[in-house]
Design a protein around this ligand. Structure first.
Ligand SMILES: Nc1ncnc2c1ncn2[C@@H]1O[C@H](COP(=O)(O)OP(=O)(O)O)[C@@H](O)[C@H]1O
Ligand SMILES: [Mg+2]
Length: 252
């Protein structure tokens, strides 16, 4: 079976710095993949290339076998690739439910919101609201559905970003440091919810995360990077025991 995402020999430099120096990686459907590596190894740059925020200098990105190299981020998003950011991007004055509703694909955001405030519902809007509420509950934000985004904790904001990505119909979600700055209890809860989304909705994840103490026990595949290259990929216990991975961390 072809991989959901194939990254082939990607190169990307900033001036004389080779941030990505021939990166190849496969992401299988319905797997939780984590991308690790010391600071500056190219993880965020890779996420930016895959999601269409940066154009690679060379190499190819295939999504469901289709060449999507260099397509802009909005097109990638429309093809089912969602992402979150190291710093959440939400509509701070809108509620949790409204934030999820405006993420719906093909929904002319503003007019939809106007209808929402006027309580002028049509069928499409009711269905969207039902779908949004299901995602909100699945992500553990049920009690907060009507709270403004700016009143959520950091971890809850990350969950809300994830709900927005899923509302847009994402099959593959890229998460950049979903548990950074989140307390351990909520961090474990976030990963437990990621597994439920994989199992119940069939979502595939590619996650950049530093906090391996928490993340490793939840993931299917680890890809380790160092100096713009992939140095090891596979099952967590194998990758973490690989001398090249240990050296990358010790040498950093
Ligand atoms: N927009 C940019 N302009 C110049 N250099 C960049 C830019 N983005 C990243 N870099 C450099 O590329 C390298 C990889 O960075 P990054 O992908 O952010 O690493 P990581 O996410 O693994 O910490 C670093 O040396 C970083 O300074
Ligand atoms: Mg980074």
């Amino acid at each position: 079976m072809a991989s959901l995402l194939e990254v082939k020999e990607i190169r990307k430099s900033f001036g004389s710095l080779n941030a990505l120096d021939g990166v190849t990686l496969d992401v299988e459907e319905r797997k939780v993949n984590i991308l690790i590596g010391p600071n500056g190894s190219g993880k965020t740059t890779l996420i930016n290339v895959i999601s269409g925020f940066y154009k690679p200098d060379s190499g190819r990105v295939l999504l469901e076998g289709k060449d999507v190299t260099g397509l802009p981020a909005y097109k990638m998003y429309n093809m089912g690739l969602g992402r979150t950011f190291q710093i959440p991007t939400l509509f701070w004055k809108l509620t949790v439910l409204e934030n999820v509703l405006v993420a719906e694909k093909g929904n002319p955001g503003e007019s939809f919101l106007k209808a929402f405030f006027r309580r002028r519902w049509n069928r499409q809007e009711s269905e969207a609201t039902e779908r949004a509420m299901k995602l909100i509950v699945l992500l553990g934000l049920g009690k907060m559905w009507n709270a403004r985004a700016n009143t959520l904790s950091g971890g809850q904001m990350k969950l809300l970003e994830l709900a927005r990505a899923l509302m847009s119909g994402s099959k593959l979600v890229l998460l950049d440091e979903p548990i950074s700055g989140v307390n351990p209890t909520l961090a474990h809860e976030i990963f437990a919810r990621i597994l439920r989304l994989r199992d119940e909705l069939g979502v595939t994840f590619l996650i950049v995360e530093h906090r391996l103490d928490i993340a490793l026990s939840y993931v299917d595949v680890v890809t380790a990077m160092a100096l713009g290259k992939v140095v090891a990929a596979g099952k967590p216990e194998l990758v973490m025991a690989d001398p090249k991975v240990i050296e990358a961390y010790l040498g950093a």
